[in-house]
Design a protein around this ligand. Structure first.
Ligand code: OGA
Ligand code: MN
Length: 299
């Protein structure tokens, strides 16, 4: 039996009694899926998975993204396993140093969108006994539930445009960034896409606000004034502290979060000489919308 302990107000649970380096049993998988449907952010502490084992676990929940932009920041032989790190070895960065450092939802700029991010902490910066480089999450189902009825009615049939370049442009403005403006080819490879602003969660059936500050540029099919007004309201609404869970990492954590239900932000409060090292798999939202996933959650 897995031991599942809630660790936040609404989001977040710790799951113990499982070794993720071993194949998942049907009952473990069912319990984990149910936990995703209840807590959205799951922490499996003290795991020692290698890249292949992390991949095998992540693959249980959908197909894995191969991030073309990640290129050399992947584990050799495992293009689906990306490295996030500020560590420099032999004069070369071993990973992407500034991933996710503002509020966003992974891959909302793409078609298809993402379900899970599976991040394994190999090294966590700690200063004076306090872990740094936390990851914060916001509960977008709770944010939706709290919306005034009039806004819910307005959002029902609306879609919004998500643009990869919006986040990239914001990162370019940061002093000392290693990023370069996207080339026309990179830009063309990630054209803006539209998604409904209200998404029905495939496991819980709850509605989620899917309108991430990091990538959404406009509400489709309305005037610019109306789009600006609606987005200003939604962005402010979704960023309220009451929706937040802040994950303080411990080395060995495998943290999995549901991008259909949450937004997240990587807190950049550590220095270049305080090493952080994560391995990352991105699970697409394909299998989770299938009848098999529904069956697996009740197995
Ligand atoms: C990501 C991301 C956050 C972190 O991997 O998509 O946003 O804290 N990472 O590393
Ligand atoms: Mn992210």
């Amino acid at each position: 039996m897995l031991k599942i302990t809630p660790i936040g107000k609404t989001l977040g649970a710790r799951i113990e009694g499982i070794d993720l380096s071993k194949p998942l049993t049907r009952t473990d998988k069912a319990q984990i899926l149910q936990a995703f449907g209840r807590y959205a952010v799951l922490c499996f502490p003290a795991q020692t998975v290698d890249a292949a084992q992390q991949k095998a676990f992540a693959k249980e929940f959908g197909s894995l993204e191969i991030n073309v932009a990640a290129g050399h920041y992947t584990v050799p032989g495992h293009p689906e396993v990306m490295v996030l790190s500020n560590i420099i070895e032999n004069g070369k960065a071993i990973g992407l140093a500034d991933a996710g450092q503002d509020w966003h939802t992974d891959m909302s700029y793409s078609e298809p969108i993402a379900f899970l991010n599976v991040l394994h902490a190999l090294k966590v910066p700690v200063r004076d006994g306090v872990p740094l480089g936390s990851t914060e999450f916001l509960d977008m189902c709770a944010a939706y539930d709290d919306l005034p009825a009039e806004i819910k009615a307005r959002l029902e049939d609306l879609t919004a445009t998500h643009d990869f370049n919006k986040f990239w442009e914001e990162m370019l403005k940061r002093p000392g960034t290693q990023r370069k403006p996207l080339t026309p080819e990179q830009r063309a490879a990630k054209p803006p896409v539209s998604h409904p602003i209200v998404l029905t969660h495939p496991i819980s059936g709850r509605k989620a606000l899917y309108c991430t500050v990091g990538y959404v540029t406009k509400v489709d099919g309305v005037s610019k004034a109306e789009s600006d007004e609606l987005l200003a309201f939604l962005f402010k609404h979704q960023l309220q502290d009451k929706y937040k869970y802040k994950h303080l990492w411990t080395q060995g954590d495998v943290l999995c979060w549901d991008n259909l239900w949450t937004m997240h932000n990587a807190v950049a409060d550590y220095r270049p000489d305080e090493p952080r090292h994560m391995r990352r798999c991105q699970v697409m939202a394909d299998w989770v919308f299938s009848p098999e996933a529904k069956a697996a959650a009740t197995a």
